[in-house]
Design a protein around this ligand. Sequence first.
Ligand SMILES: Cc1ncc(COP(=O)(O)O)c(C=O)c1O
Length: 313
Amino acid sequence: MISSQYSTDISEGFPTILRMIGNTPLMRLDFGTMPMLLAKLEMMNPGGSIKDRCALYMIEEAERTRQLMPGGTIVEASSGNQGIALSMIGRVKGYRTIITVPDRTAPEKIAVLKAYGAEVHICPNTDSHDDPRHYHSRAVQLAKSIPGAYMPNQYYNAANPRAHYMTTGPEIWRQTNGSVTHFICGAGSCGTLSGVGRYLKEQRSSIKIIGVDAETSLYSSKEPLAYQVEGLGIDVISDTFDQKVVDHIIPISDADAFASTRRLARDKGLLVGLSSGAVVHVALEYAKALSSTDVVVCIFADSGRNYLSKLFE
Ligand SMILES: Cc1ncc(COP(=O)(O)O)c(C=O)c1O
């Protein structure tokens, strides 16, 4: 029989769910390229994506500043992963969560949001953020009308890039023993790009920081249009996008992102999300001009299981 003293000692040694966020593994990608390609497996976070990191930072900052109080409601506009992370963490901490999503969002992600206890509002996939039917405008309206509601607003929240400056960046530096030369990630709110970029540039300013954008986003296109790749797309240019630490933004088409993501699953055993496919497409292009001393770190932001009906049927 296990004594209570013994079981107490054991339980103290194991982290609970929110402590499982971050410290994700870095894996070598075998594409036969001259530079070493590494992938940071963010689908290993408990909520299944990189967005657990900034959700935790934004919620805990709001608790510290008393913008979020017991019994409060978290409202956010999200193409899925940010909402999933906020719902998972928000519900663990006892808050009501309401997430607005564009109707391009994969049904699996909507089901996951609901499974975590979120109330989901599906909004039309309009081209403009200013359209009152747009999922972002809808979240703003909801946050204003519900007493005790707090909208983290990842696009304008400094805790979003700070999460990556404090965690993702240092992990990559440590895991590569400082040998990283290129960092490539999908760009949406640009929290990952800006936070990791700032940290890595502070360690060695020659490290190249590369963001992958949807080619018809507000940032990359003169005539912005709705697109299908979830996670990517710089449609809000705000302070979470620290352009000083970014060397290149590479636009990618839906077709290239879809094709690359499908190839990774079928040929490489990597069932990853669309932004990971987009990042690999760009990394392989970059790799052609790099040497064996280069080390390219790619972010795999989430799993392909989020997109089974949209991508793999
Ligand atoms: C799958 C995926 N990739 C990339 C990103 C972009 O990350 P960030 O918002 O830090 O730019 C997101 C953001 O939601 C995402 O869900």
